[in-house]
Design a protein around this ligand. Structure first.
Ligand code: SF4
Ligand code: SF4
Length: 66
């Protein structure tokens, strides 16, 4: 079975720069109406952690689901 991942964003740390959204190869992330990053397609996440590594504010954490 394919692995599942949970993408957590600390909303108060996100400044809405969109870098994580641009780098995600699976288009998992989007900005919401508060201009904060949210995972809208976490089922497509492949766990590459590029979003986590790219965020200048360390707002994103990717965790493998148990
Ligand atoms: S871990 Fe990779 S696939 Fe998953 S949301 Fe982050 S950049 Fe996208
Ligand atoms: S890279 Fe970080 S600060 Fe920028 S939109 Fe993504 S979560 Fe927010």
């Amino acid at each position: 079975m394919a692995k599942k991942f949970n993408i957590e964003v600390v909303e108060k740390w996100c400044k809405g720069c969109g870098l994580c959204i641009a780098i995600c190869p699976k288009k998992v992330l989007e900005l919401n109406d508060k201009v904060k990053c949210v995972a809208v397609r976490s089922e497509d996440c492949i766990g590459c952690r590029q979003c986590e590594n790219t965020c200048p504010d360390l707002a994103v954490t990717v965790k493998e689901c148990e």
